[in-house]
Design a protein around this ligand. Sequence first.
Ligand code: TXA
Ligand code: MG
Length: 345
Amino acid sequence: MLIDIKEAIKLLKKSQIVAIPTETVYGLAGNAEDEVAVEKIYQAKNRPTDNPLICHCFSLIQIRKYIINEPIYLETLANSFSPGPITFLLNIPTTSSLLPSTRGSYSAAFRIPDHPAASELLRSLPFPLAAPSANTSGEPSPTDSKMVENDLGGKIAGIIEGGQCQIGLESTIIDCRNNDKIIILRPGAIGKDELEELLCKSNFSSIQVIENYEKKSNKLGKNQIKNTNQTEVTPGSKYKHYSPNTSITSINSVNQIKKYLDKFKIENQMTIIITSTEKIDKSYQNINWINLGSQNNLPQIAKTLYLNLRKVDTYKQKQAFFLNFKYDKNTTLGKALRDKLSKIL
Ligand code: TXA
Ligand code: MG
């Protein structure tokens, strides 16, 4: 159900949860200080309860009310990149009112989203909004209101319409708990290059920027936990993400699946291939192509990636294929895309 901002304010003040647009993906928002609202978020998403939630604020001034040991570079980063697709992991006191959202951790993740509706909402509320992506755990994040409605429609108090998300991939998460280094825990639209450039310009060139996220594939079942120690900084990284229900196999050429093509024809199944515009070859018959967009336009691919991944499931087939295509994996967005794709293949 679509609701306006006024209605959302009323609902959020009464411990209800509503989906909100941001520039990255839609979030499922509730009062970050309220155990009841936070519990509703976990229920609606079927999210593992040890996985903490990002707290959304409207300004650095608001964030400062909650943190301790502010790193020397935070103001510089926030002035440049916030509002925007970056999340700061910061220290909070043991008595923090945000403990329901951090799941008891004394570190909280803060983000100032860059979307007029989210900004207006946050400015009107006396508390930050805890907001994970507005999808059932393990599903691709929603980048328009319809995706939210189809997935969580019956389980939440409402959705604020905010159009298609501008970026389409989740925010970059950086660990800002040290004065001498910044650790990138999740890649997104702001990366090492942008951070280093700013630090250099701002006389912080001695601060190291370290990329520390998983680059390998991790094929896991929904909500299944990786066999790794439990002390990971970003608890969410141990769960499977961004994944359609259809099994997706990576291939380098259509010839590689010739045997499937014949089998599928006999079984009357569809062959689905997800790839870039450049790789689509209509001379093959009986193939349903899902076009991710041009490999030379990564912002466009990012924007509609999750929508395209959900399309795969609408065909209700057991198997689909991902035909590899070339793109620059060393740019900030290239790294973020590679990270997301590695998690579905
Ligand atoms: O772009 C985004 O960041 C979106 C929009 C809605 O803001 N939100 C989002 O939230 O992607 P979510 O919950 O889907 O992913 C947040 C990640 C999770 O992997 C979680 O483990 C991690 O951030 N995280 C949140 N709070 C944390 C904390 N206090 N300590 C460590 N990791 C945290
Ligand atoms: Mg998520």
